[in-house]
Design a protein around this ligand. Structure first.
Ligand SMILES: Nc1nc2c(c(=O)[nH]1)N[C@H]1C(S)=C(S)[C@@H](COP(=O)(O)OP(=O)(O)OC[C@H]3O[C@@H](n4cnc5c(=O)[nH]c(N)nc54)[C@H](O)[C@@H]3O)O[C@H]1N2
Ligand SMILES: Nc1nc2c(c(=O)[nH]1)N[C@H]1C(S)=C(S)[C@@H](COP(=O)(O)OP(=O)(O)OC[C@H]3O[C@@H](n4cnc5c(=O)[nH]c(N)nc54)[C@H](O)[C@@H]3O)O[C@H]1N2
Ligand code: SF4
Ligand SMILES: [Mo]
Length: 768
């Protein structure tokens, strides 16, 4: 067996808990990334890889969707970007003997950490029905097996085609085209579990579901409000942009139930002062709001804006902007006049003075940016909450001018691009019309299934084949046990993956794993070395070219896999030029330039250093492509979660050393947790009220009211200064607690941040 010895599976026996940090970055951040990269890749591979990351001629960091600054430094990556590339560029390969030695029954018992440590997947493998073992299979046979199952379906809608947001624009376009040429719009993606609420809300409010802010706007803002987001861990280089904004005079307000280190203070590892000094204090005000309290907070701010206008008529609202560009102002004003401060205080857990202060800052600022991520999108009322953010911004014209606007910060590095390319179960008619014209076929017009609906479809026997372009659906979706059963009921599950995860253990009756090149790998096709393109969270599109020698020549690129699969399934005579797609990705991009809005001249524009920025009518020209042609100020009924006695609201979130379902290590440095993940963070006053104590162990039961006892056992309690009544634990483990049907209204996103739970002393105390 080649490579380093296998690391043992992980346990929580060495769990160590210290106080939470009050600063992010600095020397520990810098030092944390380097040994990891060296350890996984070795010094030569590590240096060659890291220095190409996020450079104009290199590859885009595969981790988060934060943009690259216009002027790049030599080392343009962060600690978590380094971890992501070290994980992907791992020279260790899963050896052929692995499959005979490890039945799926055993893989099911392994942690994500262990699975990820087995190295890169390098050969296609097949698990036949009624077998516990995968075995190597040729690429040709693998495609043949998939074609056979797809052809056996009574309708194309009996298959679902999942995508995770690391896929490039080129493969995303090819994949959606394949699914639609096959005949289905079942194109669920990770976005369904992520920023779907953002897309729905912003499209209704302003006609575009993406950030109206660009990188340069941060340094021009007077006020930046960061809601429901932990950038110190999940978008680390955003802290550099915030530091620059701060130096240019912006004030920053953080709204978060947890005191997150990265929002409090930043020690920029690229500056001497950041390495040895005390860094930059970021948040000028920190509102430790209750989970799901944000809608009430935004309404309370808006109400104060109206009161200020009443006190000084004509001087507070953006009257010209509102008259020319918006509808709904008067209904909104009337609606807010009935808002009760007591309800706001109950929902937010804040006091009036804190809200007055936020409103005062908002009114003093000429240019305001509001950013958000999963803390807002994964709630029952997520869509309405985000529409309230849009309302607040519209009242003072904070959109379509420098230094101002809504700025949802997306998750996966290319999740936004995948949507632009057509990965969506509900693409608009205009896209489908262009697709039909370009390829001379009639794509299906009925909307397809999203991620939750796909699992429900599998459980009900309506969906029989799952194909997944990356990701780890079974562990990322809510209701883990139900999801496992649903996938087990399918005839075939196919995972196109770089590394092992639980979706390779919890499979359909038959299963295939197709190993693929990652973002950092050099990709050579018939026409030569290829590059791909990606879109970041601020709509900037640019090229990404792998720089690392692939560990095996048996892996195929994602574009090659999807093109070959399409040819095999649709037949060699199929009129779409799949073969050409694989030979030269320019051929895919030619089609993109004609089908995807804003992408004319795509091949030329993505070859410019730094790429280009997609058009965004509200941002560029204050044009709002809604049905009325105006930005819509919306009326949303306030809903407050009323907690039954002795219950808590639980959110599930990311540790510092994980990427979604991938665990890099068991540490969560900023929250003071080392060598363990089975923990629950609870406010000390809540602990006292519940007669529980720090260091004890609890079973966490979720109270969905549907008669199912969903429980996560043996979590170690950490007394933690979270907002009252609001606890936290890690995703993906927490997914066992979230019923599949518990989703956000309007977006169907699982409510991963608002699970009502009961804590009981652990039935089997200690690490379980
Ligand atoms: N290193 C690393 N980077 C990542 C990822 C990763 O796993 N690891 N994942 C990527 C992906 S796909 C995504 S979507 C993003 C996720 O980025 P984040 O949204 O930052 O991720 P979470 O860890 O879910 O953190 C949610 C934050 O919102 C707060 N919060 C929770 N509920 C509420 C609420 O009701 N109101 C308010 N105001 N705050 C709330 C939590 O306390 C926490 O600080 O990160 C991306 N980047
Ligand atoms: N409870 C709870 N659940 C959540 C969330 C939460 O906050 N709480 N967050 C949700 C969010 S925001 C998201 S985005 C989803 C994430 O859901 P997914 O995107 O499905 O999950 P990931 O863990 O990002 O997928 C990781 C896997 O992708 C594969 N992979 C990595 N790189 C590549 C590549 O280049 N190509 C291919 N083909 N495969 C690759 C690897 O095999 C790896 O194991 O989870 C959601 N689920
Ligand atoms: S901020 Fe995100 S995209 Fe940038 S280097 Fe860090 S992890 Fe990668
Ligand atoms: Mo995400």
């Amino acid at each position: 067996m080649a490579g380093k010895p296998l690391k043992d599976d992980v346990t929580d026996e060495n769990l160590a808990v210290g106080p939470p940090k009050r600063s992010a970055g600095g020397l520990p951040g810098l030092l944390a990334s380097i040994p990891l990269a060296l350890g996984e890749m070795g010094p030569r591979r590590a240096a060659g890889t890291l220095l190409h990351m996020n450079q104009k001629d290199g590859f885009d960091c595969m981790s988060c969707a934060w943009p690259d600054p216009p002027h790049r430094k030599v080392a343009e990556f962060c600690e978590n970007g380094a971890k992501a590339v070290a994980w992907e560029a791992d020279p260790l390969k899963v050896p052929t003997e692995f499959w005979a030695g490890h039945p799926v029954s055993e893989l099911k018992e392994r942690s994500e950490y262990w699975l990820g440590q087995q190295g890169r997947l390098v050969e296609p493998v097949y698990k036949p029905p009624n077998s516990e073992h995968y075995r190597p299979v040729s690429w040709e046979n693998a495609f043949g097996l998939i074609a056979r199952e797809l052809h056996a379906l009574a309708s194309p809608d009996e298959a679902t085609f999942y995508t995770s947001g690391r896929a490039s624009n080129e493969v995303a376009f090819t994949y959606q085209l394949f699914a639609r040429a096959f005949g289905t719009n079942n194109l669920p993606d990770c976005s369904n579990m992520c920023h779907e609420s953002t897309g729905v809300a912003m499209t209704e409010s302003i006609g575009v579901g993406k950030s109206a802010v660009q990188y340069e706007d941060f340094a021009k803002a007077d006020l930046i409000i960061i809601m429901g987001q932990n950038p110190g861990t999940n978008h680390p280089r955003m802290l550099t942009a915030l530091e620059e904004a701060k130096e240019a005079g912006a004030s920053i307000v953080a709204i978060n139930p947890l005191p997150e280190a990265g929002l409090i203070n930043f020690r920029n590892p690229q500056r001497p002062r950041g390495l040895v000094g005390r860094g930059t204090d970021l948040a000028d005000a920190y509102l430790q709001i209750r989970l799901a309290g944000d809608m009430a907070l935004m309404q309370a701010v808006a109400k104060r804006v109206f009161e200020a206008e009443d006190a000084a008529p004509g001087s507070v609202l953006a009257h010209d902007f509102l008259a020319e560009h918006c509808i709904g102002l008067e209904e909104y004003r009337r609606h807010l006049s009935t808002l009760e401060e007591a309800d706001v205080l109950a929902a937010t857990g804040l006091d009036s003075a804190q809200i007055d202060d936020l409103a005062r800052r908002y009114l003093l600022a000429d240019r305001v940016i509001i950013t958000w991520a999963m803390g807002l999108t994964q709630h029952t009322k997520a869509v309405d909450t985000i529409k309230e953010i849009m309302n607040v911004l519209l009242l003072r014209g904070n959109i379509g001018r420098p230094g101002a606007g809504p700025c949802p910060i997306r998750g996966h590095s290319n999740v936004q691009g995948d949507r632009t390319m057509g990965i969506w179960e509900r693409m608009p008619r205009s896209f489908m019309d262009r697709l039909a014209a370009e390829f001379d076929f009639e794509p299906p017009r009925e909307h397809g299934c999203d991620a939750v609906q796909s699992i429900q479809g599998m459980a009900a026997g309506r969906i029989k084949v799952l194909i997944a372009l990356g990701g780890n659906l079974v562990h990322a979706i809510s209701d883990t046990n139900a999801a496992q059963d649903a996938i087990a009921a399918t005839r075939l599950s196919v995972q196109i993956s770089t590394k092992l995860n639980r979706s390779h253990a919890y499979t359909g009756a038959a299963a295939l794993i197709l190993p693929t090149l990652g973002r950092s790998d050099i990709d050579v096709q018939k026409s030569g070395v290829q590059f791909v393109t990606v879109e970041d969270t601020v709509c900037a599109v640019h090229a990404s070219q792998g720089r690392v020698m692939p560990v095996s020549d048996k892996m195929l690129s994602e574009v090659a896999i999807v093109s070959r699969l399409a040819r095999r399934v649709l037949g060699p005579e199929h009129p779409i030029g799949w073969e050409g797609f694989e030979e030269n990705y320019d051929n895919v991009r030619e089609h993109i330039s004609r089908v995807v809005g804003g992408c004319a001249d795509y091949n030329a524009k993505v070859r410019r250093p730094g790429g280009f920025v997609l058009p965004h009518p509200p941002r560029d020209e204050r044009r709002f492509p809604t049905p009325s042609g105006k930005a819509v100020i919306t009326v949303n009924e306030l809903a407050t979660i009323r907690l039954p006695k002795d219950r808590l609201i639980l959110q599930s979130l990311r540790s510092h050393d994980q990427f979604n379902t991938t665990t890099y290590s068991l540490n969560d440095r900023y929250r003071g947790v080392h060598k363990g993940r089975n923990v629950i963070f609870v406010n000390p006053q809540d602990l006292a009220a519940l007669h529980l104590a720090d260091g004890g162990y609890v079973d966490v039961h979720s109270e969905a009211g549907d008669g199912v006892d969903r429980v996560l056992r043996g979590l170690r309690i950490i007394s933690y200064p979270s907002a009252r009544g609001c606890a936290a634990t890690y995703f993906p483990e927490a997914n066992v607690l979230v019923p599949l049907a518990a989703t956000a209204q309007g977006s169907n996103t699982p409510v991963s941040k608002a699970i009502i739970v009961r804590l009981e002393p652990a039935t089997a105390p200690g690490p379980g």
